[in-house]
Design a protein around this ligand. Structure first.
Ligand code: NAP
Length: 343
């Protein structure tokens, strides 16, 4: 029987997930929707021919909707309240990043999940489902390059929206590197420093672009991450792991090569949705399948907390120009940490 899914937030990514569940994936059925924009949510029901009911808000959807699980794809500041309500109702939750806008909010979700006694929450860090990153992780885990020593990565977008601010380079852009790199290394962050090279003339006056973030892990790996959101030429994600015995590099997206007018090359994507389209499909399919098996596998509420604490330290480092410490609380047993010993 199909998993009955309610969608809380029918904006851009909410509609995209509805499209993939109804036309690409198996085992899921959208039975309920809600959004602050009622007209838009009702239009989605017609657009995708859903056998779904509209509810005025998340509480009503959770109380009255015929749902086994919810996707939370609303505006970031609304996530925490919806995730907590879903846990309270005992529903599985897929929450787009951010899990909550503050580390304290993520902790409240962790505490609620621990109280429930079982994982209910998966966070939408889709890069872990990208085949290139999966291959990098396998190579690192199998010690193909010995111990990793350094990572060089870049997150480049053709242009930023007028509403984009310098801190969003961390909270909206680098957040994906923050998640995927600690997963790749199976290591935690220890400190961060942010530097600014000469500013591109293509950036709006209120923002710093590009930015260079230097992260250090507990294991001593140094990561340089370039964020350049007005690079003009394309959407380009780079990641190179330098180890004791060699280097592994994220593959370029597959594309035909072109020989033309004395040039040889391949096209570069312009839209982030195209770059990770298969990863989005895999993460939602994994969410559906692992609920069927009774155990979630994907990024946890603890990973949402790691991202929030690290992002806070990065934003602090943007402002201070200093090296800022990154400090986490102890990892709870529910997420693979050591069980707390009884005194
Ligand atoms: P969106 O198109 O703006 O839609 C989000 C929903 O929130 C819409 O219903 C929108 O209502 C509402 N909303 C927007 N601004 C609001 C405000 N100031 N107050 C109250 N409601 C507001 O956003 P989206 O691109 O779908 O993003 C949704 C979430 O997914 C965000 O947390 C984002 O970070 C995350 N996301 C993740 C990825 C990823 O790669 N994993 C990619 C994209 C987005 P209106 O229709 O009235 O604007």
């Amino acid at each position: 029987m199909a998993l009955k899914i309610g969608v809380i937030g029918t904006g851009a990514i909410g509609r995209d997930h509805i499209r993939r569940i109804t036309s690409n994936l198996s085992g899921g059925q959208i039975t309920a929707v809600t959004d602050v924009n009622e007209t838009a949510a009702k239009a989605v029901i017609d657009e995708y021919g859903l056998q779904a009911t509209f509810y005025v808000n998340d509480q009503e959807l959770l109380e009255k909707g015929d749902v086994d699980a919810v996707l939370i794809t609303s505006w970031g500041p609304a996530h925490e309240q919806s995730v907590l309500a879903a846990i309270e109702a005992g529903k599985y939750v897929f929450c787009e990043k951010p899990l909550a806008t503050t580390a304290e909010g993520c902790r409240r979700i962790i505490d609620a999940e621990i109280k429930h006694g079982k994982r209910l929450v998966q966070v939408g860090f889709m890069r872990r489902y990208d085949s290139g990153y999966v291959q990098l992780k396998q190579a690192i885990d199998e010690q193909v390059i010995g111990e990793p020593l350094m990572i060089r990565c870049a997150h480049r977008n053709p242009e930023s929206a007028p509403t984009y601010t310098s801190d969003m380079a961390i909270t909206d852009t680098l957040i994906h590197e923050i998640d995927v790199l600690h997963w790749l290394l199976n290591d935690d962050y220890k400190s961060v420093q942010v530097s600014y090279p000469r500013k591109t003339r293509h950036a709006l006056s209120h923002m710093r672009d590009p930015q260079v973030v230097l992260l250090e892990t507990n294991g001593g790996v140094l990561i340089t991450a370039e964020i350049f959101v007005n690079c003009r030429y394309g959407y380009d994600i780079q990641c190179e792991v330098i180890g004791e015995d060699g280097i592994v590099k994220l593959p370029e997206p597959s594309s035909i090569s072109i020989r033309k007018e004395a040039m040889f090359g391949t096209r570069i994507l312009m839209d982030w949705k195209d770059r990770f389209i298969e990863a989005y499909d895999r993460e939602i399919q994994d969410f559906i399948d692992s609920i069927g098996r009774g155990e979630l596998q994907g990024p946890t509420a603890w990973d949402g907390y790691i991202a929030a604490v690290t992002a806070d330290a990065c934003v602090k480092a943007q402002e201070s120009g200093e090296r800022e410490e990154i400090v986490f609380t102890e990892k709870p047993a529910l997420y693979g940490g050591q069980p707390v010993s009884q005194a």
